[in-house]
Design a protein. Structure first.
Length: 424
């Protein structure tokens, strides 16, 4: 199975179960070898038993050769048969140590020397040895280590096969949690087993969640767009009331409320465009877009501080103006007023900064300033609360354009809230 994310890759921290299984398999192999060694050690005869066995073997060999010692033909036949059947080397010597016969392969290290005695009289001796194996004990150790390695490697492959489906499911879940609604678990041509059942259920869940969120976003965009029509009607009615001599204060309150509703609708529309990733990049000039934002906010153009070099960049003009409007609105309503709108043209990005004359942000506010639905503390009496979408929307617009948003304390008091847009 594989995960089709359809977006940016999601780092998956997996393999813990696989490493655990491989470790347990390896520990099991080592424990099994240790148990087998203990069993062989417990069942094998001790040193005293080996000595008794060797003494009995010497007595047996000496007794057998004593019966045929005086007949060279029978003696040699017995030695030849023993050497061939037991695959050993035999050397027959007389009582003075002279070699009488030699059978089998050459062997210098004799493991067994049996005295040939009859009626208490020594007749000679039989020396026997086993040829050394071509491969020493290290070959056996190497073979055992190789066998353990093969078993452990097979255990690793088995563990990978067992845990891979769950790693895929984990990566899918993390991708979905990160907002990638296109993520699905690929079941393959022949899905089987419990992981395939879980994957099918997760795919069905992801499809339903995606459909529900898409419907909600579409409804939000449609409602936000439709609200613009009655807002336009309210503006016309306010003008009619003014022409008919209605109370100026009341008309001003109505117009302010209509302007606030229009601003909120603009934020919701911008949010919907970000949700749908519906960016429309066009060539822009930073000074022009900043001047447009100041004009829409009803602020003087003298507040604009811009670099002379303005060779342009590409971005969505509606979203950039919306971000600048949010910064200006935030400085006006919560920062004691707009001090300046600065534009900096850098080689790889364009930076927009709004300076205010407020008390700045404390540590708690700065850490949560760009969170959605977070409202800052009122900087002066009479400041109205808002929905808390302004700075959050600024950061999302910046990220959508490959940039970021941040807050700095300004020398001499106040704060500087900025965002950047990557130049493409």
């Amino acid at each position: 199975m594989s995960v089709a994310t359809g977006g940016r890759p999601v780092a998956a921290r997996g393999g813990r179960l696989r490493r655990l299984l491989v470790g347990w398999f390896g520990a099991t192999i080592v424990a099994t070898a240790a148990v087998l060694g203990l069993v062989f050690w417990a069942l094998s005869p001790g040193p005293s038993a080996w000595k008794r066995t060797l003494a009995n073997l010497q007595t047996f060999v000496g007794h057998e050769f004593a019966e045929v010692w005086d007949d060279p033909s029978r003696r040699d036949a017995l030695a030849l048969r023993a050497a061939a059947d037991l695959e050993i080397a035999l050397v027959l010597r007389d009582v003075d140590g002279r070699e009488l016969a030699r059978h089998g392969a050459e062997c210098d290290d004799h493991a067994l020397v049996a005295a040939v005695v009859r009626d208490g009289r020594a007749l000679g001796s039989v020396e026997a040895c086993w040829p050394r194996p071509q491969h020493g004990p290290w070959a056996l150790v190497a073979g055992l280590v190789a066998a353990a390695g093969v078993l452990w490697a097979a255990a690793g492959l088995l563990a990978r096969r067992l845990t891979e489906p769950y790693d895929r499911l984990t990566r899918f879940a993390r991708a979905l949690a990160a907002g990638d609604l296109d993520a699905r678990v690929d079941l393959g041509d022949h899905p089987r087993g419990e992981p395939a059942i879980v994957a099918a259920a997760l795919n069905e869940m992801a499809a339903r969640v995606q459909d529900q969120i898409a419907e909600g976003r579409a409804l939000l965009a449609a409602v936000s767009h439709e609200i613009r029509t009655p807002l336009g009607h309210l503006r016309v009615l306010a003008e009619l009331l003014r022409d008919r001599g209605a109370d100026a204060t009341t008309i001003a309150d109505v117009e302010r409320e209509v302007a606030d509703l229009d601003t909120l609708v603009g934020k919701l529309l911008a949010d919907a465009r970000l949700q749908f990733s519906a960016l429309s990049r066009t060539p822009l000039h930073a000074q022009a877009i900043a001047a447009r934002a100041l004009a829409q906010a009803g602020l003087p153009a003298a507040l604009l501080v811009a670099d002379d070099d303005d060779d342009g960049f590409e971005a969505d003009p509606t979203l950039v103006v919306r971000a600048l409007g949010n910064l200006l609105e935030n400085a006006r309503d919560h920062g004691g007023g707009v001090r300046a709108l600065r534009v900096a043209i850098e080689p790889d990005r364009v930076v927009f900064t709004v300076d205010d004359d407020g008390p700045g942000f404390d540590a708690d506010e700065r850490g949560r300033a760009f969170d959605p639905f977070v409202r800052g503390k009122a900087s002066h009496a009479g400041t109205r609360t808002t929905l808390g979408l302004g700075l959050s929307l600024v950061e999302r617009i910046a990220i959508a354009h490959g940039g970021e948003a941040w807050i700095e304390d300004r020398e001499g008091g106040g704060a500087a809230v900025a965002f950047s847009i990557r130049r493409v």
